[in-house]
Write a protein that binds this ligand. Structure first.
Ligand SMILES: NC(=O)c1ccc[n+]([C@@H]2O[C@H](COP(=O)([O-])OP(=O)(O)OC[C@H]3O[C@@H](n4cnc5c(N)ncnc54)[C@H](OP(=O)(O)O)[C@@H]3O)[C@@H](O)[C@H]2O)c1
Length: 227
């Protein structure tokens, strides 16, 4: 498939690398390719600048958000929560069309340091803001509740015996994303929570996730639902 990853951070790099390795035609989108390649500062968690990753993945094109969205059949939003609406505006309504947008972003506000707070919660969510701004797009909220390395390799945690919630207004888009996650990354347990308002809850899992990471001292964990 032709898959567009919007975002050059750890999530964008990890998803693009894995999906390309699996044989998909992947492109990664950014605001300005030349500026992104010229950055020399390490990422927010000390990860190497984007150029180091790109040099190791020469076959994956770095293009504008608009070009990535135009070429991708399915689009992944791996931009920072505060920048997602702007990134999608730059991607362009016409390029996004009626495609599936897998929204991985979390509305985290780090402006007052750690722990981050949520810029939207309770009665609304970032995913709903995106869905309202782009009504034709089939927004599916997924993967935002796990670390990037777990997204593409769930078996690295407890042999994959844990759960991933997804939601979105279009049932067939939810089914397509579920199948994509299972067949590409090996997810065993994807829980379909129904319409996009469920993203209020899945985004509000983040304060707990951040706190757990501080206690467990590793991002390699996930939630397991038992009945
Ligand atoms: N890190 C994880 O393991 C993890 C796990 C689950 C969910 N998430 C969520 O996934 C998203 C990506 O996380 P990340 O750590 O990979 O990277 P990030 O540092 O949160 O985001 C980097 C990306 O956001 C874009 N961006 C920032 N401000 C923008 C703006 N105003 N307009 C347009 N684009 C903007 C950057 O664009 P340029 O390329 O142009 O600089 C870059 O591509 C976040 O929402 C995060 O909460 C992360």
């Amino acid at each position: 498939m032709k898959l567009a990853i919007l975002g050059t951070g750890m999530v964008g790099q990890t998803l693009a690398g894995k999906l390309a390795e699996l044989g998909h035609e992947v492109m990664i989108g950014t605001r300005n390719a030349a500026e992104t390649m010229a950055k020399t500062a390490p990422g927010p968690f000390g990860n190497p600048p984007f150029k180091a990753w790109k040099d190791a993945h020469p076959a994956i094109p770095l293009v504008t958000y608009a070009e990535a969205a135009a070429r991708g059949e399915i689009i992944f939003n791996a931009t920072s929560g505060g920048g997602s609406l702007e990134a999608l505006r730059l991607a362009g309504e016409a390029n996004l069309g009626g495609k599936i947008l897998v929204d991985i972003a979390n509305p985290l506000d780090f402006s007052k340091g750690m722990p981050p707070s949520l810029t939207v919660c309770n009665t609304d969510s970032l995913a709903e803001q995106i869905q309202r701004a782009f009504p034709k797009v089939k927004v599916v909220k997924a993967l935002n509740t796990v670390n990037a390395l777990v997204m593409v390799n769930p078996n690295a945690v407890a042999g994959g015996d844990h759960h991933l919630p997804i939601c979105g207004n279009d049932a067939s888009a939810r089914a397509t994303v579920t199948e994509l996650l299972k067949s590409n990354f090996g997810w065993k347990h994807v829980i379909d929570l129904g319409d996009i308002t469920a993203a209020r809850g899945t985004e509000m899992m983040l304060p707990v996730w951040v706190r757990l990471m501080g206690t467990l001292k590793t991002p390699m964990f996930n939630f397991k639902i038992v009945q």
